[in-house]
Design a protein around this ligand. Structure first.
Ligand code: ARG
Length: 462
């Protein structure tokens, strides 16, 4: 029997002289060692199955499991020496298994390949990561809900084109972000359907001649069922794209809220104050308190998008089955994942460390003829006009206010009557911001009642 030579690559019988530069760049161990837990879990399920199917003996199975558990402890205690020569986590573990239990380690790779092994590990890893991301998203939703609860009656201008549009509640504004983060949660959870198909046992690309039980390993590893086609299985990285896409969308949401808060924090707007916990200073301008962390969040979105595009590009034009190109996936996954988790934690910290400048929000809302639509609606309801006619009348009233350098609410009834003679004092109520906000009672609108109902609903669903 050919003996395994420990300090040599597994393929050293065939390949004699690998250039050192290739050994250096071809190794992925520095990155994929993060998969050690999943790899050992997969290997234990695999050998249990091999024994159950009478492919290996009870004794060998137990020896292998003993060795794998010892390896896990060594890695946890940082006593394991990762060797670049053995390329990746799968072969590093296999090599160490030989050292611990001897030649019986040679049975572990029966009926599998690194091609199915690596995606089994990755799918388990991404499933766990999904859970961590969702936990962090829940924290953000909770912090946002706290802001909403305190600000149901905080009135601010709602903008379109960054120009005053209609008055809204600050709570309603933040709850828009809750909707985005809830969709993110759903997006990550939806990915589980593909992640729950087990690749293990498709071996290199064509399946195996051993009588394995893929349903058994699937169930053991928390998958729902085995994948259907061995060639597709080793070629498929759609689940990686799903993950990177979900991260990108979530990052984009974070970036939007970050940008919003950066604008609101500027002296021009002055709608929020950031506490010292989340700002930084300048090396030259002593007065500065800069929203660096928010900018960090916005900037990191570029990394997330870049990683998604890298993966799409790697897959584009790649013929079926395994190619080394695919090894790039892990670096992208880990980088995107770690960055997102960091960003979610930072955003949560920022949400807990800012306060709205309510007075300034109200003042800003009280400008730009923000209740013009309310007036048009009023004319439709009370003076039997079509919306388009009411719109034109209101535009004339806005022109008048602009000419007189007055707010709509500062116009006198007689001014208004010049344009619509049937108006009575009742119309003046229309210009009160609170009335405007509260009138938006349609489902999903900004009325205080709606908001309170939604807060209750979100809390129940957390
Ligand atoms: N380290 C490899 C990767 O991450 C594992 C699969 C290797 N398979 C192969 N045929 N070289 O992609």
């Amino acid at each position: 029997m050919a003996k395994n030579k420990n300090n040599q690559a597994i393929w050293s019988t065939r390949i004699k002289d690998v250039s050192s530069i290739f050994q250096k760049v071809g190794s992925s161990i520095d990155i994929d060692k993060r998969l050690y837990k999943e790899d050992i879990l997969g290997s234990i399920a695999h050998v249990d199955m091999l024994f159950k199917q009478k492919i290996i003996s009870f004794k060998i199975k137990n020896k292998i499991i003993y060795g794998l558990q010892k390896i896990e402890k060594e890695i946890v205690k940082k006593k394991f020496i990762f060797n670049k020569k053995h390329e990746d986590i799968h072969m590093n573990i296999e090599k160490r298994l030989f050292e611990i239990i001897g030649e019986d380690a040679g049975y572990i790779h029966t009926a599998r390949s690194r091609n199915d092994q690596v995606i089994t590990d990755l799918k388990i890893w991404i499933k766990n990561s999904n859970k961590e991301i969702v936990i962090n998203l829940n924290k953000i939703i909770k912090s946002t809900l706290k802001i909403a609860e305190k600000n149901v009656e905080t009135i601010m201008p709602g903008f379109t084109h960054l120009k005053n549009a209609q008055p809204i509640s600050l709570a309603h504004y933040f709850m828009a972000y809750i909707e985005m983060f809830r969709r993110d949660k759903k997006r990550f959870n939806n990915n589980l359907e593909n992640l729950n198909e087990s690749p293990l046992g498709v071996a290199a690309l064509s399946g195996t001649s051993f009588n394995i039980d893929r349903n058994y390993t699937a169930k053991r590893l928390g998958f729902n069922n085995p994948t259907n086609n061995s060639i597709d299985t080793v070629s498929d990285r759609d689940f990686v794209l799903d993950f990177l896409f979900s991260i990108s969308v979530c990052s984009m949401h974070i970036s939007r809220i970050a940008e919003e808060l950066i604008i609101w924090n500027s002296e021009g707007y002055n709608l929020i104050n950031l506490s010292d916990k989340v700002v930084t200073g300048s090396s030259i301008m002593p007065q500065k308190k800069n929203p660096d962390l928010l900018e960090f969040l916005r900037g990191k979105t570029g990394t997330a998008f870049g990683n998604l595009f890298s993966m799409l590009t790697i897959l584009k034009g790649l013929p079926l089955s395994y190619f080394k190109d695919l090894q790039e996936d892990k670096e992208l996954i880990f980088k995107s994942n770690d960055t997102l988790i960091n960003c979610l934690k930072i955003l949560d910290e920022i949400l807990k460390n800012f306060s709205p400048n309510k007075k300034k929000m109200y003042e800003l809302a009280d400008s730009g003829f923000i209740t013009a639509t309310d007036l048009a609606d009023y004319l439709v309801r009370n003076h039997s006009m079509s919306f388009r006619e009411a719109y034109q009348k209101t535009a004339e009233i806005v022109n008048l206010a602009e000419k007189k350098k007055k707010k709509l609410r500062e116009l006198k009834l007689e001014d208004l009557k010049k344009i619509e003679p049937n108006l009575t004092t009742e119309v003046l109520k229309i210009f009160i911001l609170k009335n405007s906000v509260n009138s938006k009672k349609s489902y999903g609108g900004t009325s205080f009642e709606n908001i309170k109902r939604m807060i209750f609903k979100y809390k129940k669903n957390l």
